[in-house]
Design a protein. Structure first.
Length: 318
């Protein structure tokens, strides 16, 4: 399992503040990774320390919050930047474009900002609009949650709880919260059982990233506390997931990963599914791909026993 939250909290509380509890750390770590790769991260040219770089970014964000700017006919406002940050921290493949867009705003280079924004949009079209690609997040969250409110006044304490949970992400979530407050239906399969002392046929393995901006690894440990003999494997990297996915089409084979490639994690997953063997308690896997390196899991598939020529051969028959 990955991207986990403690289910009874998710179901019964108005929001999941714990989900964002590592978001500020993830943002700082992103900036640190940028400074460690000055040849590949354009944002590194501005400051020499993570603290100075982060302070300059927050000043820029707060300036735009009260005085939005116009770049070639497009309005850049607070929600534009915060939505970009939220989406970009999900996926290390977005880091270069994200850094370019931020740097463009810092140095008043509209062309650079638009180039970075275009790179992000190519990976995920809604990233700069604050919109969702479809209604699935609302359906998933709101049908499973019992949270309902009849007025904005009733929601204020819940919104404040979210905002206090994270400086970088806390004020991104009231949209989802507001939607759930007015949701008209509940899932028929709503789980009503307990979340403690659950014994499964095979003990559960849960996986989380150290720098997860949206589903903190604390959620994985909370879930693990309810499953007898379960183990949490921590991957010491960025991203909201460790999953690598393949998409077949008639013209191309696309590979993507929301997390960083880790042979250690991949082998642990393979061993779990092939042999039913769990990692040791407290296991931590390093990542094999540094942010801004341009490498993905594709570069490591042969080491996991995948014949990439066969994958391409299958793609060619589609």
């Amino acid at each position: 399992m990955s991207r986990t939250l403690f289910s009874k909290y998710f179901s019964n509380l108005p929001s999941e503040p714990e989900a964002f509890s590592d978001a500020d750390m993830a943002f700082s770590a992103f900036l640190g990774a940028c400074l460690a790769s000055p040849n590949d991260c354009v944002l590194a040219g501005n400051k020499t320390s993570t603290q100075d770089l982060e302070a300059s970014i927050w000043k820029m964000i707060n300036d735009i919050k009260y005085q939005p700017i116009e770049i070639e006919g497009s309005i850049v406002e607070y929600i534009t930047i915060k939505s970009m940050i939220r989406s970009s921290l999900y996926n290390v493949e977005k880091f270069p474009g994200f850094a370019k867009a931020l740097n463009g705003l810092l140095v008043n280079n509209g062309t650079q900002y638009l180039e970075g924004a275009a790179e992000l949009a190519a990976l995920n079209p809604p990233v700069l609009t604050g919109d969702s690609a479809d209604d699935s997040p609302y359906g998933i969250h709101c049908s499973d949650k019992r949270y309902r409110r009849s007025s904005l006044e009733e929601m204020i304490p819940d919104i404040e709880m979210l905002e206090y949970s994270s400086k970088i992400m806390g004020d991104n979530s009231p949209v989802l919260l507001s939607m759930c407050a007015q949701w008209k239906m509940s899932a028929k399969e709503h789980y009503e059982g307990d979340f403690q002392n659950i014994r499964t046929k095979t003990p559960v393995m849960l996986i989380g990233n150290t720098f997860d901006s949206a589903t903190s690894i604390k959620g994985a440990f909370n879930v693990s506390s309810g499953f007898v003999d379960s183990v949490v494997l921590r991957q010491d990297g960025f991203g909201v997931s460790i999953i690598t996915f393949l998409t077949m089409s008639t013209n191309e084979l696309q590979h993507g990963s929301l997390g960083q490639a880790s042979l250690c994690t991949a082998k642990a997953v393979k061993t779990y599914f092939m042999d039913g063997v769990l990692p040791a308690q407290g296991a931590v896997c390093a990542v094999d791909v540094a942010p801004f390196s341009g490498k993905t899991f594709d570069d490591f598939l042969p080491e996991l026993g995948f014949d990439t020529s066969k994958i391409l051969e299958v793609q060619g028959t589609e």
